[in-house]
Design a protein around this ligand. Sequence first.
Ligand code: FE2
Length: 274
Amino acid sequence: MFQLIDGVKIVFTPLSIKNLQDRVLLNSGTQKANNLINDEFIYYNNEALIPQESWRKATELEEKILFSNQFAQEAEFWVSIIQLPQEIKNHLKMLKDVKEPRKLQFVLEDKNVINGIKLTQDFINTFCNPELSSQYGIGWNAPNQITVTTGKDNYKVGLHIDNHLEFPRHRILINLGSECRYFLFINLSITQIYDLVSKYHNIANKDNLGRTGLAIMFMELFPNYPVIKLRVNPGEAYIANTEHIIHDGSTKGTHHLDIFFTMRSIFNFKIDKF
Ligand SMILES: [Fe+2]
């Protein structure tokens, strides 16, 4: 199966960047990480899967399947990229110069940066329900990583679905580094994945299998199903329901530390707010 199925949409919200189409690349599927990565410093779980490096632009038909002009809150399976206001970016620009992880804490204690983080939270609160928001986190990833997420054992997990915590929320992740980073995902909801996998396997209970277990079954059954790579420039954020879609971040091709702000919430872009 190498044709996109109609599923999770990339949506334009009132805060979205223009020309979202220019940010999208597709590939020809997934592959076993351990067949490829043989690096002294990068270890993947045995079963981990990563995207193939065969990136190309979307066709017209694929764009029709992937993009939606209408932001519908009830359709909770969507992905978007939004822009941080310039004033906030100015406050946070010191973070772009962090070259080593141990310097990050030092910069986070700068008055201007503290102010910038506060303004970031205020900005996010204009399009989310603050009562349903998680704590924010600021972190880093090494440059030039095909996928960035590691498990408890420090082994990379590859493309995965986040654990379902309390209730389903979207994740926002702001790129505060100096280079582009990427959001990798498969445009199918966990329900679509479950339906496709259960045609071939007898899965009595998807919760016993684990979300990532189901994701791996899907990618092993359909290794040619395209992965989508969304470019997130410095000062931009992606929003995605990472508890319901197969995904990971990527810093492939970069040279400097990836610095990010992230939190989870229920986002709602009501036009009349803007
Ligand atoms: Fe994740």
